[in-house]
Design a protein around this ligand. Structure first.
Ligand SMILES: O=c1[nH]cnc2c1ncn2[C@@H]1O[C@H](CO)[C@@H](O)[C@H]1O
Length: 367
């Protein structure tokens, strides 16, 4: 992975803001990058309700309160079942455009400048929605938001692990084909998500090999709900450029050493881990340990409205609930830039903007 040094560390500057600026002002001032967020998991409650009504979709709550209750997940599998039900409100190109536009604008409002966003083509095409309509919608919404605010989104097409009654290898090939034949420059990577239990990663070697040959990055989920084996396989068999979650690497010191030596980043999503029940509470979240181990980590929102969070909230939780210093949190924000697939010159511009923003906060309010 590419690691760069540019100018003075943003961390030292960040410490100088303590006592001058509040946590919210600090987080809002940081220009941010989001590396792990799902488009379908980003539907705003009002949008879920409105689309369900418009298309008369059954099995979806009809009030915001009922929707919030519906999002109280018993465990990870329960979360996936709700997720697969919720996506049924997305029916046509305009729905996808609305979702992409709202999601991108919501990120822009949090001072997020760039996001690499998962979406799962097959969970829509299997319902009879043509892939062209899906891509036309999400790219229209994406570009409208970019024109309005400058926020940039790139897609990661995702293979849905654990869908009942499907030939997962055929779905994997199809997902690569969708990305290559329909996604154009808007798609930067291939992922695999959903269930990890019972979905061994080596079977996807062919699909990820084809994706990498086509210039796509390898961005599998691994080590969220299963242990080190899934992460090892994602590295060795799928050529992972980053690991989605990966928190269970801590079960295996040799794997931690490998991730550190090869600088393979982990996209960590603390609130997601709590809400799907894979971590008990913030004090037991492994993020501080991952940092102490010298691993390349960033923080991310995953499925923000479903988990009652935002990227901004994740940064605030890191400060308040995970006990990280402002220096450490500023470093997480810089890490997200470095772990992204933006061109180097764009990374340098964003890293410089982060430093300038923190310096302005430290100097401005003090002087
Ligand atoms: O937090 C998550 N972990 C793993 N998979 C997820 C998560 N959020 C959404 N998905 C999605 O679940 C789909 C299922 O049909 C996946 O493919 C993936 O995009």
């Amino acid at each position: 992975m590419t690691e760069m040094t540019t100018g003075p560390a943003v961390g030292a500057l960040a410490e100088a803001t303590v006592g001058i600026a509040g946590d919210e002002a600090f987080v809002d001032a940081l220009p941010k990058v989001e590396l792990h967020v799902h488009l379908e998991g980003s539907m705003l409650p009002g949008t879920v309700l409105a689309l369900a009504r418009r298309h008369q979709v059954e099995d979806i709550p009809t009030t915001e309160t009922a929707l919030a209750d519906w999002y109280a997940f018993k465990d990870f599998d329960h979360f996936l079942r709700v997720y697969r039900t919720a996506v049924q409100v997305l029916r046509d190109e305009d729905d996808f455009a609305l979702l992409a536009r709202e999601t991108a604008l919501g990120l822009a409002a949090q001072n997020v400048r760039y996001a690499e966003m998962y979406f799962t083509p097959f969970i829509h095409t299997r319902r009879g929605i043509p892939i062209d309509e899906v891509f036309a919608g999400i790219n229209r919404g994406r570009l409208e938001a970019q024109e309005a605010t400058g926020v940039e989104i790139r897609w990661i097409t995702d293979i849905p692990g654990g869908l009942p009654g499907v030939d997962i290898l055929a779905v994997a090939d199809l997902t690569v084909q969708f990305a290559v034949e329909h996604g154009g420059d808007s798609v930067i990577g291939l992922g695999v998500g959903g269930a990890e239990v019972g979905v061994p990663r080596p079977q996807f070697a062919r699909a990820f090999g084809a994706a990498r040959e086509a210039g796509l990055r390898s961005l599998p989920h691994a080590g969220e709900t299963t242990g080190p084996r899934t992460i090892w396989d994602s590295i060795d068999e799928l050529g992972a450029d980053r690991i989605g979650h990966g928190i269970r690497c801590l079960d295996d010191p040799a794997l931690v050493a490998r991730l550190r030596a090869d600088r393979i980043p982990l996209d960590v999503s603390p609130t997601s881990n709590l809400r799907t029940g894979v971590v008990a509470d913030y004090p037991s979240h492994p993020l501080p340990t991952l940092i102490a181990e010298g691993l390349a980590v960033s923080i991310n929102s995953d499925d923000p409205p479903m988990f009652g969070t935002t990227l901004r909230d994740e940064y605030l939780h890191a400060l308040r609930d995970l006990g990280l210093s402002r220096a450490a949190v500023a470093e997480l924000a810089a890490a997200a830039v470095r772990h992204s697939f933006l061109p180097e010159y764009r990374k340098n511009v964003l890293l410089a903007e982060q430093q300038a923003a923190v310096a302005a906060l430290a100097g401005g309010a003090g002087g």
